[in-house]
Design a protein around this ligand. Structure first.
Ligand SMILES: *Cc1c(COP(=O)(O)O)cnc(C)c1O
Length: 456
């Protein structure tokens, strides 16, 4: 690919910026796309082209870019209080946000971090420290689901079961255990999604029966394991997991970092199972995609186990920017938008329109397991291309659309603002990009390789 003068930002970026989740050498052929601005669901390139943000900028953006309500809240907050340390101090945005999150979840104690992986770290540390404070220090190990993703810091990698993210760092990590995923695609002939869920829960039960004495917590992504390729499961699994955790005295950590804030149709995914987790991890959509912030919510019982005269029994986790007022204010403005726009109800209509527009994609002869939950769509593509994801991404960009398949799973996770013409653009260009990508398959199918390693 030849670079035009407009690509100078991309060129400078390659010289100085180490991009995430990327083999930098690949950018020799495909430079990063330089973005000058964004409005609503659109990203505007420095070259004047625009791209519909079909994956909400890595699942963070809920109400479109540059939303005036969030902007106004941030401008107001910036003029009042930019930041103050949260140890020994407090401020209105962090108090109000904690109260709102408590009212939404029933978990009344909020601890803040700056990103999703930090929320995982906080939840794991809090769970193990809880058991230690209870006089049961042996309960300090963790179990997660096959294909689970909970972030990539060294602690979070212990419970992230995606080999490519873990391989090189495995010697640094105290690996957790993995039990089978309730992924509904694993159904045997005649089995329903609920049957798969019950089978996976039985395996979890067997595992806990043996290991509960050394297990602090089960961590899972309720309803959709996003990084695994939008693997969806029946809420029955969550109900049974909750019952098993109660029976074996193991915490249940709901990692709602990707699925929280309306993504699966309810405000939080675990609510569809009618259960209450012991910990909820939130990030990504928490600030509507404007600023980094994460929160771990927990119960009175967990909180009480740390409440003591002895500082060593307190929860010790220090982050310079904990509870940053700007980020908390953005989160409050985002929660206000759920109310003022009636987003959850509006998304029911919007999702039906996207379903209808995407019907040709879902019916495509090379698509398997077309599926949707709330505002998450996924299609598994049968292809001989080992690098389907990269090729598809490029074809979609050429059509003014940002989609970034995970392996052979094409998915869309758009912000909650698409109008009819934007829905049409998403559906039409997603299908056109699929046809164009499949046209790149070698005529000789024997030349097919195994798929490339999977990154979101
Ligand atoms: C993205 C994600 C994380 C990690 O969040 P970061 O902010 O990227 O560290 C953790 N859990 C889930 C389910 C996620 O999707």
């Amino acid at each position: 690919m030849t670079m035009t003068p407009d690509d100078s930002l991309a060129r400078r970026s390659l010289a100085s910026v180490w991009h995430p989740c990327t083999q930098m050498k690949r950018h020799e052929a495909e430079p990063p796309v330089a973005i000058a601005g964004a409005q609503g669901p659109w990203l505007y390139g420095t070259d004047g082209r625009r791209y519909l943000d079909g994956i909400s900028s890595w699942w963070v953006n809920l109400f479109g870019h540059g939303h005036p309500h969030i902007q106004a809240a941030l401008a107001d907050q910036l003029a009042r209080l930019d930041h103050v340390m949260l140890a020994g101090f407090t401020h209105a945005p962090v108090v109000e946000l904690s109260e709102r999150l408590a009212a939404l979840t029933g978990l009344g104690h909020a601890f803040y971090g700056s990103d999703g992986a930090a929320a995982t770290e906080i939840a794991l540390k809090m769970s193990a420290h809880y058991w230690r404070n209870q006089g049961r220090p042996a309960k300090c190990r963790f179990v997660g689901l096959a294909g689970g993703y909970h972030g990539e810091t060294v602690g979070a990698l212990a419970v992230t079961d995606i080999p490519i993210f873990r391989e090189a760092y495995a010697p640094l990590v105290r690996l957790g255990s993995v039990v089978p995923s309730p992924d509904a695609r694993g159904a045997q002939p005649g089995e329903s999604a609920a049957d798969v869920a019950r089978r996976a829960a039985a395996a979890l039960g067997d595992w806990l029966a043996e290991h509960h004495a050394t297990t602090a917590a089960l961590i899972l992504e309720p309803l959709v394991q996003c990084a695994a390729g939008m693997a969806m499961h029946d809420p029955e699994f969550l109900r049974q997991a909750r019952a098993l955790c109660d029976r074996y005295e193991v915490h249940l950590v709901a990692d709602e970092i990707a699925v929280g804030f309306g993504r699966t149709g309810t405000m939080f995914a675990h609510q569809q199972a009618g259960i209450r987790p012991d910990f909820i991890c939130l990030s990504k959509g928490l600030t509507g995609g404007t600023l980094p912030l994460s929160a771990v919510l927990t119960t009175d019982a967990v909180y009480a186990a740390f409440y003591d005269d002895d500082i060593a029994r307190g929860f010790l986790h220090s982050h310079s920017y904990t509870g940053n007022p700007l980020a908390c204010r953005a989160a409050l403005a985002t929660l206000e938008l759920f109310e003022s726009t009636g987003a959850l109800a509006a998304n029911v209509q919007r999702a039906a329109a996207i379903d209808a527009a995407c019907a040709p994609l879902s019916r495509h002869p090379r698509v398997r397991h077309a599926r949707r939950l709330g505002m998450v769509w996924a299609w598994d593509v049968e292809t001989t291309l080992p690098d389907f994801a990269r090729r598809y991404h490029r074809q979609a960009l050429a059509r003014g659309l940002l989609l970034r398949p995970i392996g052979n799973t094409l998915y869309a996770m758009p912000p909650y603002v698409l109008d009819d013409s934007e829905i049409d653009h998403l559906a039409t260009q997603a299908l056109a990009a699929l046809e164009a990508t499949l046209a790149e398959e070698p005529a000789d199918h024997a030349a097919a390789h195994r798929p490339e390693k999977v990154v979101p």
